[in-house]
Design a binder for this molecule. Structure first.
Ligand SMILES: *[C@@H]1O[C@H](CO)[C@@H](O)[C@H](O)[C@H]1NC(C)=O
Length: 481
């Protein structure tokens, strides 16, 4: 059995302490601070140009500066990319687009694959709405750490067939999310102009075994497991690690971009007969808010925050509206589970990240969310519950955005209401939820109710006996008049 401090040390990694060189820090501070959202073009088969315009207007009103277009190989995704650029250009070019090349599905084994990828980038790189960083078209990826494009090694493949190929050389700022040990970033000199830390949105190391190890270490100490796990939620350890390793890569004098991720949730439940992925990442304890708070504290070293995601319904981390085409099989855990009220939190935190100043809250607001059944519920679902389901708490998570001090009262309608003093600003609150529970919360000030959120059971009920496993969340909100 490992001692707790060893576990923590291993998880946080001593390399996290590496301080980037002064030069690379200054370089980072010189670049624009942006917030973008990951948009899965694969879910837009039915989109009209107006759908793109609507998404961009909603995102823009929520403090989001652009979309990272996650694209795969389907022909319709080329058509939808054209629609997206047409819509963004028509908005005047202030809302930015760039590719997140999905290398988990795009072919990358041959030189021809490299040529096709270069062409895809070049087709849009000079459009008015294409994001430019350091005067070059910004290009990102999901994965790509196995691509060789027919060359002897992965770095050679990317270098010779992509970033340094005469077609693209000097034209792109390439910031991939390779799933590699960041200590090997230096192998990608001439390839990486920065790093996108895709998994930084979730405490992915917190598995059941990890939690069990901590619980063992805590036995008899009186410390609670949830409090101890909480220090991994939204944490900055992998940011500091990648920022430090980017500083080593920057030795050549190039201006590097660090792009961090923010995510609100994660649940996917596809059987072996479809996408074959069935797991959660822990998103308790207001992950979305804690992660933003971490990145705002670290803002001097973070150039871009990418919200993961706008519309990845299959993994339950969407903040945009439910529209387009859901991945087949995800309907039961997505339909009826809106997340859009998280966009109000997004606007607040994105503004704080970009400006360095906490925005004024003009209206009192309560945002509440919960999963639809107990973590340990049984279900006749033919597919087993998702990996890591045991460690998520049966709570209602609430955020009160308060214009001034007041008293919040929360209840699931089953247990007696609990009251909390709230301070001006963002307040993170939680109460347990029991079967039959719904979401209700009020904010009172000077004896008056200023906000009241009541979710009728027809919209959401915490179900003790679910027909199918669903670890997605229902999000609701209410705002003062
Ligand atoms: C990283 O997180 C730790 C723990 O919350 C905090 O003490 C530290 O100041 C953070 N580092 C930076 C550079 O923000």
């Amino acid at each position: 059995m490992m001692h707790l401090s060893t576990v923590l040390l291993l998880a946080l990694s001593t390399r996290a302490a590496v301080i980037p060189s002064r030069r690379s820090l200054n370089q980072r501070q010189a670049s624009p601070k942006l917030v973008v959202a990951h948009h899965i073009v694969g879910n837009t088969f039915t989109y009209t140009p107006q759908d793109w315009t609507d998404d961009m207007n909603l995102a823009s009103a929520s403090g989001i500066d652009g979309f990272a277009l996650n694209i795969g190989p389907d022909d319709f995704q080329v058509t939808q990319t054209q629609n997206a650029f047409q819509a963004a250009d028509a908005l005047g070019g202030n809302f930015k687009l760039f590719f997140s090349l999905d290398m988990s599905v795009l072919p990358c084994a041959t030189a021809d694959d490299g040529a096709a990828l270069r062409q895809r980038v070049l087709d849009f790189a000079t459009r008015p709405s294409h994001l430019q960083v350091n005067g070059k078209a910004f290009v990102s990826t999901f994965a790509g750490e196995s691509c060789t494009f027919g060359e002897a090694s992965v770095p050679d493949g990317w270098r010779n067939q992509f970033t340094q190929h005469p077609d693209l050389q000097g034209k792109i700022q390439f910031v991939p999310s390779f799933f590699i040990d960041p200590a090997t970033f230096t192998d990608f000199s001439g390839v990486m102009d920065g790093a996108f830390n895709f998994n930084s949105g979730w405490p992915i190391q917190v598995t059941v075994d990890f939690a069990d190890g901590i619980a063992n270490d805590l036995a008899g100490t009186g410390d609670s497991l949830t409090n101890t796990l909480n220090q991994f939620i939204g944490a900055n350890a992998t940011d500091l690690q990648q920022i430090g390793d980017l500083a080593n890569l920057a030795a050549g004098g190039s201006r590097l971009t660090y792009m961090a991720a923010v995510a609100p949730h994660f649940f996917t439940h596809f059987g072996a007969d479809s996408f074959n992925k069935n797991f959660i990442f822990l998103a308790d304890q207001h992950l979305l808010v804690q992660r933003w708070e971490t990145l705002i504290a670290l803002r001097d070293q973070v150039d871009i925050v990418e919200i993961v995601t706008w519309n990845d319904y299959g993994e339950s981390h969407y903040v945009g509206p439910i529209k387009g085409v859901l991945p087949p099989g995800s309907e039961p855990w997505v339909n009826g589970f809106p997340h859009q009220d998280w966009l109000d939190l997004t606007r607040y935190f994105a503004t704080a990240f970009k400006t360095g100043t906490t925005p004024t809250i003009d209206k009192d607001q309560i945002i509440m969310w919960a999963r639809p059944h107990p973590a340990l519920a049984s279900s006749p679902d033919p597919l087993s519950p998702p990996t890591t389901f045991q460690i998520t708490q049966d709570n209602i998570w609430a955020v009160v955005m308060a214009t001034a001090a007041g008293t919040a009262t929360l209840t699931d309608g089953i247990s007696p209401p609990q009251t909390f003093d709230v301070v001006p600003g963002v307040n993170k609150l939680a109460i347990p939820i029991a079967p039959g529970g719904t979401l209700s919360g009020t904010l009172e000030r000077n004896g008056q109710t200023v906000v009241s959120l009541q979710t009728p059971g027809s919209d959401f009920t915490f179900n003790g006996a679910p027909a199918l496993f669903n670890y997605n969340v229902f999000v609701a909100s209410a705002t003062s008049a």
